[in-house]
Every structure is written in structure tokens, then in C-alpha cells.
Design a protein around this ligand. Sequence first.
Ligand code: FDA
Length: 541
Amino acid sequence: MMKFPQFSMLPFLMVVVMLSLSGTTLSHPHWDFLHCLSLRLANYSTISKVIYVQNNPSYLSVLNASIHNTRFSTPATPKPFAIITPLKTSHVRSTLYCSKKHGFQLRIRSGGHDVEGLSYVSEVPFVILDLLNFRAIKIDTKNEVAWVQSGATLGELYYAIAAKTNTLAFPAGMCHTVGAGGHFSGGGYGTLFRKYGLAADNIIDARMIDVNGRILDRKSMGEDVFWAIRGGGGNTFGIVLAWKLKLVPVPAVVTVFTVNKNLEQNATKIFHRWQYIAHKLPDDLFMNVWITKVNSSQVGTKTVQATFRGMLLGGVDELITLIQDKFPELGLAEENCNEMSWIESVLYFGGLPLQSVDILLDKNALPTLSLKAKSDYVKEPIPESGIEGLMSMFLEEEADNAVAMIPAFGGKMDEIPENELPYPHRAGNLFEATYIVQWTKEQNAESGKYISWSRRLYSYMTPYVSKSPREAYVNYRDLDLGINNINDYTSYEQASIWGFKYFKNNFKRLVQVKTKVDPMNFFRNEQSIPPLLSPWKKKGN
Ligand code: FDA
């Protein structure tokens, strides 16, 4: 017969009732975890809004609501034993306490865009702490600051800013459904980063729960931890509940533009030239190149297109004069340009219809696909022959839904020292390249073929990209770079393989901070920073 410690029966019975109604069979640790949590949550209506166990009628819809890579929503994908959706800080602390006590790994989820699914998949027994109810945003235009809770999406943040003013903004990513929590934890950049740096560069305070359940702000966590949480990767140092942001000025009117050039229109030569120019342009200009496969003008054949898309913090005349002077090869004309407000530019770059900004609040405005991502940093222009090879890979069958996203660096990014924050990819980079290959959920059985294509592309790019280390962007997480041991100690040397790629020398300081704040490595995932000492060794195992 099962034995439980003494406890007030009422809340626990409620969970039991809920579970038995849902048909769930539970083993000891599961019971213990739920018992622990139900004791701390204490009333039925809270429990029913906060705990979702498998077979609960809402479990799958809550799980899937923030899955943004359907590669990880198959019947074979490991599922959490429970999803906890806290309504208040005490619920977060209780979840932390009970997961620690009963040996469940905790996966913190904000927007659920982790490209390797790390916020909602684990090979060991785990629970998801889903911050979907932590979405409050406070904008203070007078002091040009904002507080945003981690579960809010970037779309919600941008919407809230624009509801108050059209001359302030925040320099974060372009996809409106990305969550603040994961995005800021890895750096985060978008159309304003050449002017103002990363999202993380503009965070001035935070509210975090550490492994001991203490609620900390910048002052009480100390500058080392505050440094680490702004770019050192999520699920590593604690649970960040909210962030204080420094808002940045934007003109009431900005100008966006798009110019498409396919292979027959000299895409290769124009992109080759772009590499010499784009990173030196004024920091008021953002410019991105997307390489994709498209239909050619000859029916039934395909070509590769370079889409040059950008934004000037200024008017159309200024933009055209600038580009005609510095980059005439692009052939930018007035019909390629559009003046609009900054918030409308968010729709433009997010691939959303230029109608109502209300769509920024819709998490399902765009379809979710299966995907694999990889990233590189480029410091020397790629020769034309190299670009030709890259383009030709996009003509392959697997690349029907693939894209190389290539934003020009320079500007403010050149001015910020490499060790200012964990994100080290600053001066000296011409651009970053993110390669994303996508397919539909129905094609998941063929995932292997798409993933192999992305690995071949990555291998093809080797001679043209950064070396020793081959740098990568932690927000486009790539488990091909190496992983931690799932249930055992991971040495500094082992983690260095991917750690130096993401963080360069900052990896060392991240390990020191981790060792100090979470020496037993409670917060962990396949690529979290390991502490220096083995918790297993410490315990004498
Ligand atoms: P998710 O919730 O999956 O979290 C990501 C990681 O952070 C996980 O390890 C998670 O456990 C951890 N975490 C989440 N919340 C936390 C919290 N509160 N405290 C501690 N840890 C936490 N990037 C970019 O720089 N610019 C861009 O324009 C885009 N665009 C883009 C589009 C699309 C479609 C995708 C899929 C991804 C991007 N990204 C991006 C990458 C994006 O910034 C990255 O995936 C973020 O980590 C996503 O944050 P979420 O909160 O959505 O993810």
C-alpha cells in the first residue's frame, strides 16, 4: 500500500479526483509532486487552472498552444508529466520547490520558439512551467522604460508601446509570436539592432527567481547574474519573471523597402557586392537579404531569389539618395519603398498583412511548420564562386521551403565590446547567416532528409564563415553542435565545444556564474551552461 506523509487531505484529494476523472495512472514521484503542489496551491479552483496532467482534456491543447516547431509535436515526442501555468509568483515558487523536491526536471516556457524544442521536450521525467499567464506589460513613456513579463510575446510588447506613442520602440526580434522570456535570454535582434544593439543591450533590470526560490532584482542578484541572464541562454540561471526595458526613440515615419533579384537578374553579383557595403552603411539603416527558391519566369522551372529588404529611420527621399550613392547596383526605386510608422514596419517584417495592428496579438496569425535551424557569422566577403554554390543548394528538392536569412551587422554592434554581455558576436562581423529548412507536419516522416540538407549546407559554408571557433547564435539553437549529458555530469571541456561557439570567451564567465548560483545544476537542458563541480561527484556517486 502507498504511504504518504501527513498532510491536509482536501487539496490533495481534489487532484486525486481530477486525475481519476481523467483516467491518469500515476507512480510515486508523480503522486508526490502533485501532492506537494496541491498542498501549496491549496484551493480547487486554482489547482484546476494551474495544473494540467496527461489525459486532462485540456492537456494537449495547452501543450500544443506554444509549440512553434511541429517537428516536436508527434506522438513519439516525449511529453511532460504535467504542465503548470502559474497565475502568480507564489505558484512559480511552488512549482520550483516541488520539482526540486521530487526530482522532476523543469522546462521553463515563455513563447515556445526554441528551435530545438528545449522548453517543452526532455528525455527525462519533466514538467513544463508555462508562463502563458505572465504577460503583463507596463509602458512608461515619460521615463521611456517598460516592464514586460516573460510570457508576453514581442507582438504584445510592440502593440503596447505603439498604443501609447509612435516615437518610441524596442529593438527586439521580427517574429511577433516569439516570447520575451527566451528571446531576451539569448540576446535578441531585429530591425533596430544596427542603431541600438540587441534587445539584451537595452534591458536595465529584471525580476528573477533563483534555485532557492528567492525573488531577486538587479541589485539583489548582483551584476554577474544580471550579466548572465541577458544572453547566456534560457533555463540556466533561474526563472526570469519580468524584464525592465529601456525604450528607444524612432521617427514617426520610417521607410521600408524590398527589392527582389533572381539568378537571371544578377542576384549572385549583387549579393557579392552587398557584402562589401551593407555593414558600413549608416546605423539608421537595417538591411537583410533572404535567399529562397522561387518560380522562375519560365513556367515549370525554379530559380533562386535574393530578397533585399530593409528599413531606414527616415524618409523615402533620404533612403533613395543614400542607396543610389552607396549601392547603385541594387537599383532601388521609389516603387520599392513605403513610408509608414514603426509599428506598421513590424507587420511588414513579420510577414503580416499591413492592415490592423491588432494582428500582433494573434499568436496563430502565421502557420506553424517543422524546422531545423543553423547559424554562422561571416567576417570576410564570400567570393562569387562560393555564393554560386550556396545559391545552387537552394535549387535542391529539400530546399522548397528553406531560407538563408542574412542581416548586415555593423553600426552599434561594432561599438559594443565582446564581453559587455554573453552575446559576443560584435565588431568584425559583416553579417550573420541563419539557415532554416522547413517542412510540414505531414512530412515529419521525412524529417531526416531535410535535416541532412541543412547539415550539407552548413558543411558547404565552412570555408566562408568564422573559424576557431565557428561562431553560432544561441537563439537559433543547434543541438548538432554538441549536448550536455542528460543525466550525468557534463565537464567544462565537453560543454566548451558548443559553449565557445555561442559565447566565445564569455563562456568561462558564464560557467563561473552558473557555479555560483546553481551549483547543483537544477536548471538545465541539453545546452545549458554546466557548473564547474559535478553535483554527482559532490554527492559521492
Ligand atoms: P521558449 O519559450 O521556447 O524559450 C527558449 C529558451 O529559453 C528555452 O530554453 C526556455 O526554457 C528558456 N526560457 C524561456 N523563458 C524563460 C524564462 N522566463 N526564464 C528563464 N528561461 C526561459 N531571434 C532573433 O534574435 N530575432 C528574430 O527575429 C527571431 N525570429 C524568430 C522567428 C521564429 C519563427 C523562430 C522560431 C525563432 C526566432 N528567433 C529570433 C529565435 C528566438 O529568439 C529564440 O528561439 C528564443 O529563444 C525564443 O524565445 P521564446 O520565449 O519564444 O521560446
